[in-house]
Design a protein around this ligand. Structure first.
Ligand code: M6R
Length: 586
């Protein structure tokens, strides 16, 4: 969702903001802008479109001064256009505001402000904040009290950055939306919605609590807690390097992130999962909550726990409130970003009902990790492509390690620890065949993915990957479900991609493949078994792996297939339309 960066220091703010915003482009956005002050005057440049195009048109670097705010907008209130892009001014053009989140009482506040004579120039909820501050400043209060009073009127979620003309400081505040403060080396301070925005400048951060407001000047930070009292917050040092967020010679981050999975998998497998084992071993009614790709990882976890005869329900974060029993004692929340609003709502409800929360996330200091009782970090480094690839396999790695540690399955653990080397070998050997297949498949418009058992979440994830970046229609089914309805759509060489490993479910899978062929479908079969592969019009040779590890291995060629098809179609796999890297609204 919206990306935010703020800077105050000895450099030209516009340079820092431009670089920082380019590092958070992966969050997904439709417009961008910045406000810069030289300590006295304040100017804003903003527009709809991609950052580089806006820069080419307006030249952000013409904004002179060492204090500034930058923003990439993912539209919620009002269409993407210049007037709705952030920052937003008040009437006097002395207050500039950037925002991520939704101000829920914006209608009532707007009506109140309009009665007082305020004129609004956008359709956004954000602009309210600038006018509220303007109104408070008219009361001649100290500036920080004026900002605090204005913010106390806001309901909903926000990460806010505020720049006021004539002030040698910036204000920021957060409630249920991520915002971190960065400490520069000498006489400079930052804030941002994401750590990667600031990695080029600092790896030392301060995490704000929910409801905190802060001010930064070039020397440091002053924080007020939700109770209005001054507060201190712990520092955080991260070991991510700026290089980890570079393309490293690849055309797109997505390809780099797919191909680095042997390394990221090994890194995830080195995690200490003992905290998770401690929580789950005593759990009577565990639940797993997650959204999107992370939900498919949750389904894999549910499968593994059921195999151990542990009752565990996997829930979509957005549906947890409707489907939970209220008896859950441990809730495992899986989220690469740790900021997904639906997942956070689910854990807040679970906590209220007395459950302990175990987080599995990639982002140190994320809201999820801070609200959970224990966190297992997948440690795969920043994932810049909007769609999840290496974070999915990182989540699976932690889930397998946790499951095998719980059950003491030594054989399973040994096979798991060998997986990074096997994944490397497989990626090397399978890539050319996937590329060729992508050329053929990119001419088709509808796709079905089928599998059984633990392969089914993998089919769901493969279909999600394909539709997210190619914008083609793709559906995934448990293979046995086809005959209950969707089989009526199979005609005219519709591709059906079958995840069909050898093993206990192979015979039934083979029958399902034949059912599809008999209706004219074009089968793409992924299997380690030659006999099953022969059923396909096209086939990909897979290594033989244990049943549990099927999702971990079989998703890799399907990530590559989605990627290469997107390239064939001339689309951007890193920043697909309408998608955001972390979804901070419900
Ligand atoms: O950060 P999270 O793992 O909580 O994100 C959940 C989903 O929004 C995410 O997996 C989404 O489905 C991605 N676009 C998948 O590629």
């Amino acid at each position: 969702m919206c990306g935010i960066i703020g800077y105050i220091g000895h450099r030209q703010a516009a340079e820092v903001l431009l670089h920082g915003l380019s590092q958070v482009e992966y969050r997904g956005y439709d417009s961008a802008g910045m406000a810069v002050s030289n300590g006295k005057d304040l100017r804003i440049l903003k527009d709809q479109g991609k950052l580089r195009d806006i820069h080419a048109k307006h030249n952000f670097l013409q904004l002179e001064g060492g204090i500034g705010l930058g923003h990439t907008r993912w539209a919620t209130h009002g269409p993407p256009c210049e007037r709705n892009a952030h920052p937003h001014y008040d009437c006097s053009k002395r207050v500039a505001v950037v925002h991520n989140g939704i101000i829920e009482n914006h209608r009532a506040l707007k009506a109140e402000l309009e009665k007082k004579g305020h004129k609004f120039s956008s359709d956004t909820d954000t602009e309210i904040a600038a006018h509220l501050i303007e109104e408070e400043l008219k009361q001649k209060k100290p500036v920080d009290s004026a900002v605090r009073s204005a913010l106390s009127r806001l309901e909903g979620t926000y990460a806010l950055g505020i720049l006021i003309a004539g002030e040698n400081r910036l204000f920021l505040a957060r409630r249920h939306a991520p915002l971190i403060v960065g400490r520069g080396k000498s006489d400079e301070m930052f804030f941002a919605s994401d750590i990667p925005a600031l990695l080029g400048y600092t790896r030392d951060f301060i995490l704000l609590n929910e409801g905190d407001m802060a001010q930064i000047d070039s020397k440091g930070v002053k924080i007020w807690g939700a109770d209005g009292k001054e507060a201190s917050r712990p520092p955080l040092h991260v070991d991510w390097t700026p290089q980890m967020a570079q393309k490293m010679g690849h055309d797109f981050f997505m390809l780099k992130e797919i191909l680095e999975q042997p390394i990221t998998l090994a890194s995830a497998l080195s995690a200490d999962v003992s905290e998770g084992v401690k929580l789950l071993s005593g759990a009577k009614r565990p639940a797993i909550v997650a959204c999107g790709t992370s939900y498919y990882a949750a389904l894999v976890m549910q499968y593994l726990l059921h195999k151990q005869k542990r009752e565990a329900g996997a829930y979509l974060g957005s549906e947890y409130a409707s489907w939970h029993t209220g008896q859950e004692d441990v809730v495992v929340a899986i989220s690469q970003s740790g900021e997904t609003a639906d997942t956070l709502s689910a854990i807040r409800l679970a906590k209220k009902e007395g459950a302990a929360v175990l987080a599995i996330t990639n982002v140190v200091g994320s809201t999820l990790s801070r609200e959970a009782d224990a966190t297992l970090y997948i440690g795969v480094g920043p994932e810049v492509g909007v769609v999840a690839t290496k974070t999915f396999t990182g989540q699976l790695a932690i889930i397998y390690k946790l499951a095998y540690s719980l059950s003491g399955d030594k054989k399973g653990m040994d096979a798991l620890l060998q997986s990074p080397a096997m994944v490397q070998k497989m990626l090397d050997s399978i890539r050319p065949a996937v590329r060729e297949l992508a050329k053929l498949m990119s001419k088709r418009r509808n796709f079905f993915f089928i599998s059984r058992g633990i392969g089914w979440p993998c089919a769901l994830e493969a279909a999600l990957k394909l539709k997210e970046i190619t914008y083609l229609h793709a559906e995934a089914y448990a293979a046995g479900e086809l005959k209950h309805g969707p089989i009526s759509m199979l005609e005219d060489k519709v591709p059906v991609i079958a995840i069909a490993p050898s093993g206990a479910l192979a015979a039934k899978m083979e029958s399902n493949i034949r059912e599809c062929k008999a209706r004219g479908a074009s089968l793409v079969v992924l299997s380690d078994d030659e006999t099953i592969r022969k059923e396909g019009e096209h086939a990909l040779v897979m290594p033989k792996v244990s049943e549990d590890l099927v999702p971990l291995f079989y998703i890799l060629p399907l990530q590559l297939l989605a990627y290469y098809m997107t390239i064939e179609l001339g689309r951007d796999p890193d920043q697909p339309r309408n998608l955001a890297k972390s979804v901070t609204v419900e």
